[in-house]
Design a protein around this ligand. Structure first.
Ligand code: FEO
Length: 169
């Protein structure tokens, strides 16, 4: 594999695990303020991010590449309002989308079709992740200012369950 592509995939493993940590910290915030459904939603989001990191880890190993695990940064955001983690999540997903696109561009430049095909799933997934983040903000704007609305939204988010990504390497 091209060294630049391999290095970018290695960095992306770290970004996915950082994403897991960031979302776990959002779950941490929502648990503290008593919104257990929002906390559940972000705990599951954290599990998804770990799964994304593991897919990249396995893909590199399957291609006989060296995996280097770097330190995961501390999530350092302080949230004051219920909608702040939601807005941060959308902005973070846009950052991840850019990052995946950068790897795709590097793979395309060296005609690494295998990595491009691997990344196809992530490109689609980023579309879904941004949509989910956007939808949550919209729902919060519509219902979050009313206690009953917030309770129902929290109950809806409590129902989310983790399903492992259906991607075969
Ligand atoms: Fe792994 Fe939220 O993208």
């Amino acid at each position: 594999m091209d060294k630049k592509v391999s290095a970018l995939l290695n960095e992306q493993i770290n970004k996915e695990f950082y994403s897991a940590y960031l979302y776990l910290d959002m779950a941490n915030y929502y648990t503290r303020v008593g919104l257990d459904g929002f906390a559940n939603w972000f705990e599951i989001q954290a599990q998804e991010e770990q799964a994304h990191g593991m897919l990249m880890y396995e893909f590199l190993h399957n291609n006989d590449e060296v995996v280097t695990l770097e330190a995961i940064a501390k999530p350092d955001k302080v949230y004051q309002k219920y909608d702040e983690p939601l807005r941060e999540a959308l902005s973070h997903e846009k950052y991840v989308t850019d990052s995946i696109n950068t790897i795709y561009t590097a793979a395309r430049e060296v005609q690494d079709y295998r990595t491009m095909q691997f990344l196809d799933w992530f490109i689609k997934e980023q579309g879904e992740e941004e949509k989910n983040a956007n939808d949550l903000i919209t729902k919060m704007e519509l219902f979050g200012n009313d206690p009953k609305g917030l309770y129902l939204l929290d109950s809806e988010l409590a129902a989310r369950v983790f399903t492992a990504p259906s991607l075969t390497l």
